[in-house]
Design a protein around this ligand. Sequence first.
Ligand code: DC
Length: 675
Amino acid sequence: MYRTAFLDLPPLQGAAGCVQLPGSKSISNRVLLLAALSHGRTTVRDLLASDDTRVMLDALRHIGCTVEEESTSTVHITGLGTRTPQSPAKLFLGNAGTAMRPLTAALALLGGEFELSGIARMHERPIGDLVDALRQLGCQIHYLGNEGFPPLRIAHGAGLPALRLDAPIQVRGDVSSQFLTALLMALPLAAQQQDVVIEVVGELISKPYIAITLALLARFGIAVQQDGWQRFTIPAGSRYQSPGEIHVEADASSASYFIALGAISASVTGEKGIKIQGVGLDSIQGDIRFIDAARAMGAHIEGGPNWLHIERGSWPLKAIALDCNHIPDAAMTLAVMALYAQGTTRLTNIASWRVKETDRIAAMATELRKLGAVVEEGADFIAITAPASAADWRAASIHTYDDHRVAMCFSLAAFNPAGLPVRIEDPQCVAKTFPDYFEALFGVAQTTQVPVLCIDGPTASGKGTVAAAVAQQLGYTFLDSGALYRLTALATLQAGIAIDADNEAQISAIARSLPVRFADGKVWLAEADVTDAIRSEEIGVNASCLSSLPAVRSALVALQHSFARLPGLVADGRDMGTVIFPHAPLKVFMTASAACRAERRYQQLIAKGIAANIDTLRADLQARDLRDQTRAVAPLQPAPDAIPLDNSTLTIDQTVAQVLSWWQARQPFAAPAKG
Ligand code: DC
């Protein structure tokens, strides 16, 4: 996840490949409970790994289900079937409403003694309407804290309680649809001898979520008869039966960004289209109807049970006029697709946008206008006309209003025909539903120009520290090219080969296939953590020696180029700006006086408990400078277009701020607001 203040997306030209979307939270917990109530063993795939699913899995173990976790996304659950749950049991359910409500209902009907609690916030979330409905049936439920709220105690003897099933069970539908979902998932346990009827009192909210519950019940063998949205009948003789294997669908609204991506981006590599894994044409989520809208705009979409494949069809896209009441969340994506359509796209019946995470009609209108679109907005509609030509597009810093969907859908503006970058402010707001959204986008997006920022300079000039900090603030990849020379030196010595010009061929063979991996701030050579080993003075001197061998230098070129990945790269070394990334838009040549660098290195070594002599260090530094500057290939020298930066009198923070301000000055955006 990107935790930076902003994320700059360079202009993107194409996209192709496969995206695996994370599982939907509400489907995950429903499926886990249904599997737990069923006869047989269920393999659940593509489960969302989250706090809410974790507490559900723990609870199921406590009541006696066998839970085998093959991986974070695949679990096998052996359901209770006709067994009674293990009791007494105390279940801690965190802040998961999708666990608290349905488990309360199911355990109240199954019988036994249970205490259900959660974090403080969970104890402020109402459950009274559900408890009232269960008490009507004859279930024994007591509040352990405040009336109407968890924690709760369910107290029955073992075995099914005697239930009053003759009259319809009434439940309110206008507070949370989870109460009805809980009853729908629990009452099949009681519908043995007779039909069980549930009646909704008041207007039912969130109907698509009830539709999800009904569809999942059908997968587990329960055919609920539906009379509008007011009356539901569970037929006598209902019995949960495991479907054997079930895939948790990905969030259909999250799929909309990648459906749009497939519709607007041609591939520049020949690989065709975007494949989405995790949600398919038979999705039970209402937002899957986004597919119809994307097709109407021109997308070619194929699909199967758990996948979709999207290719660009009509181009430019076709403007549409659509009542979006049935796909409120995914419709925001259509507003951004409209930037690539001929004509005016009109999205109507979207008054609910005004009361979501932010006023989404106002937010979309403001941000689309920043990009150059002509936008009309009303109380319940938005109409978007794309910029007339490439010249009418503007580079924009997109404000995201702490709204995950604004951040995700505006990333698609990076495909603009003007080749302009797009800045997404506060990118971490995507965590609400899709923490790794940008990583998934970068996994399939293609660009001809990954932005590279080069920081070259002599040893101990502070360039490594500064480059790492700059990379972190921009969310860019970081390449410490010196580490590659150091790794080559270490691997060569470990192989028992002397670092000598006579061994150039052998050393360059080692360099070409270095088994190196940078992960979590550590450097790995094959299976060994060599983070500290490559930092010794001995390895530094050997690295300097082998770096003067031309074949070794060229052996490392491809590896260095491979670090230029989306969204960008900060590279430090000696020849980043001169040889490896000569077209980089910003090159900094960082120096500090020899005295200053010797002092910094001395402090570094002392801090690590390594004895050092400052005069020797200074002499070593100067000898290494001389060798690096006078070698025949790629000598240490500033690129003609590099900006010199002597940081002898600057702190690290000041140096980082200076480099970032030069970088910002090269971007077409205004500097982000402070604070
Ligand atoms: O930056 P450093 O001290 O970790 O680099 C170790 C040696 O590697 C250095 O003395 C010169 C060499 N080097 C190089 O020749 N070219 C680079 N781009 C980076 C390092």
